[in-house]
Design a protein around this ligand. Structure first.
Ligand code: 13P
Length: 253
């Protein structure tokens, strides 16, 4: 069976529309040489039109950094699947630790967003991950399970083929402190096992995120349970994200 690897850029609250379009255009040109790796980009919501225009017919998928579960309504500041689809977006990141930590989005709210989007056949990258004190006190697997539980409980209500999970240990995000290969292996295997047992279904691809850089990406992708990476800082620069994508291309088969 082939191995499809996803290189996903999360640009967070960085880059203006002109800067986003320029970087996306460079990535679109470069991605024409790819055969196997999947390149996805999540720009800031206001920059989505500029980025979809710059990547037209390149094979790069564009998505948002969050999404609401409902089709429309009185939800100030939120974005619906229909709005995103109309702009040629095909996925959303949901439950990023910055949403959970800084905007107090709970496990239940996060699952609600994901379920709503998946029911509208939108792709979702569902983020999970423990913080440093949880890791230190040995709670990592319990935290991951608690984050997955409300999504698993609803897993019969949507087609899981649109779902990807991203394991992003909070202490590795933006810190330059990447998780060790052993820690990545353990967490990914635990997520996959838990999903298989609880949902009694094939597990979704599990991406790793947290200080992914050109010089550590090949090691991370060498872990069989890793199906790609979710990249913050290093995706904001063409040369570094290009090198990261190339590692995905090399190791896809
Ligand atoms: P960094 O790659 O900057 O550590 O960010 C990771 C991340 O949060 C991706 O969603």
């Amino acid at each position: 069976m082939g191995r499809t690897l996803y290189a996903v850029a999360n640009w967070k609250m960085n880059l203006r529309a002109d800067q986003s379009a320029e970087l996306a255009g460079q990535l679109a040109d470069f991605s024409k040489s790819l055969n196997k790796a999947q390149v996805w980009i999540a720009p800031a919501a206001v920059n989505i039109p500029a980025v979809t225009y710059a990547t037209e017919s390149s094979g790069i998928k564009i998505g948002s950094q969050n999404v609401h579960w409902d089709k429309n309504g009185a939800y100030t500041g939120e974005i619906s699947v229909e709005m995103l689809r109309h702009l040629n977006c095909s996925f959303a990141i949901v439950g990023h630790s910055e949403r959970r930590r800084l905007f107090l989005e709970s496990n239940e709210l996060t699952a609600k967003r994901a379920v709503g989007a998946l029911q509208q056949t939108f792709k979702v990258i569902f983020c999970v991950g423990e913080n440093l004190s949880q890791r230190k006190s040995g709670e990592t697997l319990a935290v991951l399970q608690a984050q997955l539980d409300p999504l698993l409980e609803a897993s019969r209500e949507f087609d899981t083929s649109g779902l990807l999970i991203a394991y992003e240990p909070v202490w590795a995000i933006g810190t330059g402190k990447v998780a060790s290969i052993g820690e990545i292996e353990e967490a990914h295997a635990a997520i996959i096992d838990y999903w298989q047992n609880k949902a009694n279904a094939l597990p979704p691809p599990v991406l790793y995120g947290g200080s992914v850089k050109p010089d550590n990406v090949a090691d991370i992708l060498s872990v069989a349970e890793v199906s790609g990476t979710l990249v913050g800082g290093a995706s904001l620069n063409f040369d570094s994200f290009k090198d990261i994508i190339l590692a995905h291309e090399k190791l896809s088969c």
